[in-house]
Ligand binder design. Sequence first.
Ligand code: AVI
Length: 336
Amino acid sequence: MTAFALSQPTVRLETPVASAVREGLAAHPRRLPSWLFYDADGSRLFDQITRLPEYYLTRTERDIFSAHADSIIAQAAGAQAAGQTGIKPARLRIAELGAGSADKTRLLLKAAAGRQGTLLYEPVDVSATALEAAHARIEREIPGVRVAPLVTDYTEGLYLSPAHPGERRMVLYIGSSIGNFEPHQAAQLLEGIRAALEPGDSLLLGVDLRKDERILLAAYDDAAGITARFNLNLLARLNRELAADFDLETFAHRAVWNTTESRIEMHLESLVAQSVQLSLLDLEIRFAAGERIHTENSYKYAPGQVESMLQKAAFTAESTWTDERNWFAVCLARVE
Ligand code: AVI
C-alpha cells in the first residue's frame, strides 16, 4: 500500500475581521480599525466609558439636549419658518445612525412625541442586539413612540424609505461618531446621508470641539483604566476570534494628542520585543519593543468647522447649540 502525505488544505479565512486584521497588521506603522472595538465586551466597556468622570462627551451632549430639545425639534419641524410664512410645520419622523442603546436620544424623542402626539423612530445600527434592547425600552418608556429598527451598515450607503406627505425626516448622527472617521470618509458619509434625504429634511450632527490638551488626554486615558481595557479588549478579541496569542500584559494603552491633525489617537504599545501568532490567519507578527498598533482616531473640530463640512456636503447649516464651556456642538442642517 502506498502512503500519502496529506497536506492540510489551506482555507483562507475571509471574514471582515480577518481581512481587516491581515491588512492592518501587515502595514507599517501597524493599525487596526476602530470598529473592531465593538464586540459584546467592547460595547459594555464603551458604555462604562460614557459614564466616566473624565469622559465629558456624553454628559455634555446630553446637557445640550436637556436644555434645547424643544427648540431643536421645533426647528427641525420648521416651526420658526412656519411662523414667518404661514405654512404649517411638518410632522417629524426621526432616524438615528449608529443608534446603539439610544440613551441620550430619548430627550429628543420625548420632545418630538410631546409636540406631535405620536412619532416613528427608526434606529439604524449594524448590531441587531443593541437595537432590540433599545426598541423595547423606548416603546415602554416614551408614550406615543413607535420604533422601527433598521439593521444595516450605514457607512456602506444609506437607504431610507421616503417620508409620507406632510412629514419631514430628521436624521440624528450624534455622540461625536463622525469624529472616528478620517476627514475624507466623514465627507463621504455626510454626502451619503444627504443623498438619502429630500428637501425640507434635516440632519442633527453632534461633534466634539478642540479644547485644552489635558482635558482631552484625561478623557481617553481615565484614572480607573476603563479606556485602557477598552483598547486592550481589541487584542483579547483577536485571541478569541482568530486564535491569536497576544499576551495582554505585554501591551499598554497609549492616548496621544496630535495637534497637527486635531485628533486624539489611541495606540497599543508592545512593551517588549515579541512574536505573536494568529493561528486562524496562519500569520506571525514580530513586534519590536516600543512598537505601536494605531487603533483609533477621534477628531476634535474647531468652531465653525462642522458647519463648513455640512455646507460642503450640500446641507445648509441652520443652527448650532453648544454648552457653556464650548466643549461640544450640535448642529442642525437642512436639505434645501
Ligand atoms: C464612539 N466614539 C465617539 C468614541 C470617541 O470618543 O471617539 C470612542 C472612544 N474611544 C475611546 N473612548 C471613547
